[in-house]
Design a binder for this molecule. Structure first.
Ligand code: 3H9
Length: 675
């Protein structure tokens, strides 16, 4: 087998080149090749300096994640990096693309670093539930200080080459198109310079105030995750007077703890799940896509506005249609205000705001959609109205245009059936707020054409979404599972639990909110029959009293002006009243029962969704729940979580409460299999 590493001589400089597509991950063959190449450069008396660079789209994007959890093949990355740093001849890292994780750590082992201006440098391991385990937590603070090291390791966002230059993480910028020549020139320039600058020999200054402030500022973001604290502890260790060797030993121990834990396994699962979700099993990867140069959105309400924002931000012009001028003005006004708020936070320039608004065409005339390549309807959920609209679109839209519905539970096939082109019809279910939430549930109708599905799946990436394919069923993947937790939660109110107890179990589990907090946010009055004298459920009773949720500052909770919830004595009264009328006696309900009756049924429903082929794979369901509903990332999503607690445990829990177990779940549990 040929090595992914080759060496080339440029005068007295040995250029070490990696060619390991797609992202030059630092797998075993790369590490072995690097080790051999460094040895070659050190041993060859005619070589005065070395350059490490990569072919393809990026510098090393990190350790090879597919090797994690398997026996280590020598040499390990820390060994290779130590060897680079120990070299008696200068080594220059020549960076383009993204030098991430282990890739960034390789650059820190080098004595000098040069990067093209477009390069990005970072240690995103925390997003995989890990920490930079090849010296990163010890070298970054020694070069760039504790403050930046905390941000880079515990938050994990990459920084620009310019920022890296300012922080000393790179020494100079190369020309965008002259990296190799500039790196070789740099190597020649420093060839005779001694002593060699070695990051491990630097001293990091302790900054307890910065650490405390950082912890406080990010407490919410870090809630529930193990890795951020471990990253912080390692950075602190680098600056507490310990030797580099002691710091490295500490880093190694922390890294191994994380690597063998459930959280990192869950986060690595998500990394691959997210990428897998983009693939549709029966559609070839090279399917020709339909060009999407202009998008039409029908409805300028919260959903339509949010959907439009995604395309405008991606540089795709949008025509937005409403039925009345005031609604249209309101909708476009909200879009502008949202963009301006983001600009005020420094997310983009005011020029960009104007460019995006300039690409938005508001209109009351549906005919204006005639030249759109994709039309998404985001009107209210009524099948008759939607069918009428699809009939009109069939007449107006140009041939080949994709006709999409943002429905969250209605049948796409019924909408497709009223058109003469059912193959062009698809569901694009965005989640609210649509400009923020990352999930896009793509609903594949019975007749949706393969190239239509492939086009919409490919469109997700440029608009910053993670797309998952769902079949046609009520509520699709996400809302279908959601309904499975709402009903038992309400039943438990009748048996002795209070909304705050049930919600707390969900929040402690890591959800952004529990079932009743979600009801209050969405509106208790949604789907209400609007007859205050007809009180058949707790929900009816709340709605009849005008307790419609957050918008009325009263729902399952009481709210103050800042929308901070507090448990409501009135709600407790209503519930007690209902229980009494139903002749039910209270009993204590413990937290475990809440988990078993609200979360296990979701897994159960997930198994049915899988068995019916409504989801392509269990990991797609995990992606839906993590990106659409905020299921805690560190548990890996409902199906991965079920694997970790054991499918037999889930089955036993469901049976205990008399909930019928899905055959697929039962079968897998009996065979000792996982999803
Ligand atoms: C680490 O370094 C630990 C060390 O500190 C300590 C060690 C001791 N490994 O994302 P894309 C695959 S932890 C294996 O679609 P893009 C990916 O699955 C690592 N495979 O491309 C996909 O495969 P497929 C720290 C990887 O252009 C294909 O490459 N580093 C890896 O949108 C294309 O990926 C990171 O966390 C990997 N490291 O984005 C960086 N990376 O085609 C992780 C990617 O079969 N990577 N693949 O689906 C990224 O963030 C993005 O891939 C990157 C490119 C920004 C580089």
């Amino acid at each position: 087998m040929t090595s992914p590493i080759r060496t080339e001589r440029q005068g007295d400089v040995l250029v070490i080149v990696s060619n390991n597509p797609p992202v030059n991950a630092l797998g075993a063959a790369v590490r072995q090749g690097l080790e051999a190449a460094i040895k070659e450069g050190v041993a060859d008396a005619s070589i005065t300096a070395m350059v490490i660079r990569c072919d393809g789209r990026t510098f090393f994007a990190g350790a090879d994640i597919t090797e994690f959890g398997k026996p280590l093949q020598e040499p390990g990355l820390p060994t290779v990096i130590d060897m680079i740093e120990a070299s008696s001849k200068p080594v220059v890292a020549a960076i383009h693309g993204t030098a991430l994780g282990g890739g960034c750590e390789v650059t820190l082992g080098c004595h000098y670093r040069i990067a093209v201006p477009s390069a990005k440098i970072g240690t995103p391991e925390v997003k995989l539930g890990l920490l930079p385990g090849a010296g990163g937590t010890q070298r970054i603070p020694r070069i760039a200080g504790v403050k930046l090291a905390l941000e880079m390791t515990a938050i994990g966002n990459p920084i620009s080459a310019k920022a890296a230059l300012a922080a000393g993480l790179i020494d100079r910028l190369a020309g965008e198109d002259s990296l190799v020549a500039d790196a070789v020139a740099f190597a020649n320039e420093v060839a005779a310079k001694r002593p060699l600058p070695r990051a491990s020999e630097g001293i990091a200054t302790a900054d307890p105030e910065a650490v405390a402030a950082f912890r406080k500022a990010n407490a919410r973001k870090f809630r529930g995750f193990d890795a951020p604290a471990a990253n912080i502890a390692c950075v602190e260790k680098a600056a507490d007077g310990s030797s580099f060797a002691e710091g490295i030993a500490f880093e190694r121990a922390e890294f191994m703890k994380l690597m063998t834990g459930t959280q990192s396994a869950a986060q690595r699962h998500l990394f691959f799940a997210e990428r897998q979700a983009a693939k549709v099993d029966d559609i070839p990867a090279d399917t020709a896509l339909r060009p999407i140069k202009k998008v039409g959105v029908i409805g300028a309400g919260t959903m339509g506005g949010g959907i439009s924002m995604n395309f405008l931000a991606a540089g795709i012009p949008v025509t937005i249609v409403e039925t009345a001028q005031d609604a249209l003005d309101r909708g476009t006004g909200v879009i502008r205000r949202n963009y301006e708020a983001s600009a005020a936070k420094g997310r983009f320039t005011t020029d960009k705001v104007e460019a995006m608004m300039g690409a938005l065409t508001p209109t009351l005339d549906l005919e204006q959609l005639a030249d759109c390549d994709l039309i998404i309807e985001a009107i209210y959920e009524n099948m008759d109205v939607k069918k009428e609209l699809f009939g009109k679109l069939d007449r107006i839209a140009k041939p080949g245009a994709i006709l999409a519905s943002n429905t969250s539970y209605l049948n796409i096939d019924e909408m497709a059936a009223v058109t003469s082109r059912p193959g062009d019809v698809i569901g694009m279910h965005f989640f609210s707020p649509a400009n923020v939430m990352k999930l896009l549930e793509v609903v594949r109708g019975a007749q949706t054409a393969p190239d239509v599905l492939a086009t919409v799946m490919a469109l997700a990436k440029p608009i910053g979404k993670v797309a998952v394919v769902s079949g046609v069923c009520p509520g699709f993947i996400g809302n279908r599972m959601l309904s499975q937790r709402q009903q038992p939660a309400t039943e438990m109110l009748m048996e002795g639990a209070l909304p705050e107890q049930i919600d707390k179990v969900h929040v402690d589990f890591g959800m952004p909110m529990g079932p009743f907090q979600m009801s209050d946010l969405a509106g208790v009055d949604i789907g209400w029959h609007r007859d205050p004298t007809r009180i058949e459920s707790i929900r009816d009773a709340l709605a009849a009293e005008g307790r419609w949720g957050q918008k009325k500052q009263a729902g399952f909770y009481d709210y103050d002006e800042r929308r901070t919830p507090s448990p409501s004595p009135r709600v407790a009264e209503i519930i007690a009243d209902f229980r009494a009328k139903a002749g039910k006696t209270d009993r204590p309900i413990d937290d475990q029962e809440i988990v078993e009756r609200t979360l296990y049924p979701m897994v159960n429903e997930g198994a049915k969704i899988l068995a019916e082929g409504m989801a392509q794979r269990a990991s797609d369901i995990d992606v839906v729940w993590i990106y659409g509903y905020g299921w805690p990332v560190y548990t890996g999503g409902p199906m991965f979580w079920a694997n970790t607690i054991g499918l037999d445990t889930v089955v036993a829990g469901l049976e205990k409460h008399g909930i019928p177990v899905a055959p697929l779940l039962k079968e897998k549990a009996a065979k000792g299999e996982r999803f």
